[in-house]
Design a binder for this molecule. Structure first.
Ligand code: GDP
Length: 444
């Protein structure tokens, strides 16, 4: 999945500081080489990678560090902050018009996932209690209009279209009038996708822009195109003036460079990411969460939100909280499997989990199988053991007893225990590094 390779390479960078007790201009060279290589491999452009490394280096060297913070952790924290800054620091929310319907123009090359993004965005807005109207202006491909109509039915949002004979700016204008008539809050205008950027495409966009005065012009770009995506956002911005980007297909094998470069290269923020073909697979782009994901720390916050969305009980929210506090024990782990069941799919869940977001599909299937074993093993533990996993780590006889009790091998028992400790370690790292509580001077 996206960022896998980047996370692994970055971990190699931290390892180079394992035996140091302080970051110096000397011992930071090797890890920074590694970071630079990792960024380039993720398809971040050379100037961006260079600037990034220089910034990290100057911030990390000679920095006062709180007691107990290892140079490794210190570097991770600086890199995390710098990644966040690179991606724009904060969420760039959608802007709504205060007079009349908010018009959002969607632009993009063919095949990037623009029409899909329109449907997703319509659903997203609907969930925010907005009344939405979609407008189909791609008169060059009748199939594109049909596709939007189909998606509209799927998410239960009306689509305004005038077939393929009217001119796009005209359709957009009439669409806006219709939106006013039905008192819609948001009008999503889907524009024509072309195979490449050309003058006609830009001119048409400018005309539509003039006709409906959009509050947002979002360029949809495909994460698989890496650096190119960032360049595309920059040139569209120069030509038409856009307000942000939607980065699609971040669930695929993309190396993630686009997520890192768009803001830096174009000056425009990514506002949403598409992470799948389903209409629900759209997420607001939080630089901080993305940085955590890149560093292999999972995305606990999105997990919590999704959990809430799935109407989970207070208890599930509490488990998620426990995960973040690194006090997670076997009772929580057991309840977590119930939560996964309600979450829909194991893979959707694991993708967001610290330490588990790098699993391959085969490993996920394996994990599904293991969940059964895990439940059996935990059921054979005493209440005390569930609350104090250390008891089991230090006692082979307890592990033997549990293995007998549930009919599993000792190795399987040990694996379940190991799994809990791996998760805890990840969480500890996460809270130590990312939380303000142990913030190091001059940071946060
Ligand atoms: P358009 O030509 O830009 O309108 O592209 P479409 O919306 O028709 O999407 C092209 C293909 O990409 C379709 O098969 C979509 O299902 C797929 N697609 C769109 N968004 C995503 C995404 O976020 N993830 C994945 N995996 N596929 C996507």
């Amino acid at each position: 999945a996206v960022f896998d390779q980047l996370s692994i390479s970055l971990e190699n960078a931290w390892k180079k500081l394992a035996n140091e007790d302080k970051i110096t201009s000397d011992n930071i060279k090797e890890p920074m080489k590694e970071v630079r290589r990792a960024l380039l491999e993720a398809d971040v452009s050379l100037p961006v990678a260079r600037r990034f490394v220089t910034n990290v280096q100057s911030k990390a060297i000679g920095q006062e560090v709180a007691k107990g913070v290892k140079p490794q952790q210190q570097l991770i924290k600086v890199v995390a902050d710098e990644l966040k800054a690179l991606m724009g620091l904060e969420l760039a929310p959608l802007v709504y018009s205060r007079i009349g319907p908010t018009v959002i123009l969607l632009a993009g090359l063919q095949g990037v996932g623009k029409t899909t993004a329109a449907g997703k965005l319509a659903l997203y807005l609907k969930k925010q209690d907005k009344k939405v109207l979609m407008v189909a202006t791609d008169v060059y491909r009748p199939a594109a209009i049909d596709q939007l109509v189909t998606l509209g039915k799927q998410v239960d949002v009306p689509v305004f279209e005038m077939g393929t004979t009217a001119k796009p700016p005209e359709i957009a204008r009439k669409g806006l009038a219709e939106a006013k008539r039905i008192k819609a809050d948001v009008v999503l205008v889907d524009t024509a996708g072309r195979l490449q950027i050309n003058k006609d495409m830009m001119n048409e966009l400018k005309e539509i822009k003039k006709a409906v005065k959009p509050t947002e012009i979002l360029l949809v770009v495909d994460a698989m195109t890496g650096q190119e995506a960032a360049g595309l956002v920059a040139s569209f911005n120069q030509e038409v003036g856009i307000t942000g980007a939607i980065l699609t297909k971040l669930d695929g094998d993309s190396r993630g460079g686009a997520a890192l470069s768009v803001k830096e290269v174009s000056g425009k923020p990514i506002k949403f990411t598409g992470e799948g073909e389903a209409m629900t697979a759209l997420e607001p782009f939080y630089p901080e969460r993305m940085a955590q994901r890149i560093l292999g720390m999972g995305d606990v916050l999105t997990l919590v939100e999704r959990a809430e969305e799935a109407m989970m009980t207070e208890e599930s929210a509490r488990i998620a909280e426990r995960m973040m506090s690194a006090k997670f024990d076997f009772t929580d782990m057991l309840k977590q499997t119930e939560m996964i069941a309600r979450f829909g799919s194991m893979s959707a869940f694991l993708k967001l989990m610290p330490g588990m977001n790098k699993l391959s599909n085969t490993e996920i299937r394996e994990a599904e199988k293991n969940a059964k074993t895990m439940r059996a093993v935990i059921h054979s533990m005493t209440v005390d053991e569930r609350a104090k996993p250390d008891l089991l780590a230090s006692s082979p006889s307890r592990r033997r007893r549990i293995a007998k009790g549930c009919g599993k091998t000792e190795r399987q028992v040990s694996e379940v225990i190991q799994q809990l400790f791996t998760m805890r370690a990840r969480m500890q790292n996460l809270s130590a590094i990312m939380s303000g509580k142990t913030a190091m001077p001059g940071m946060g």
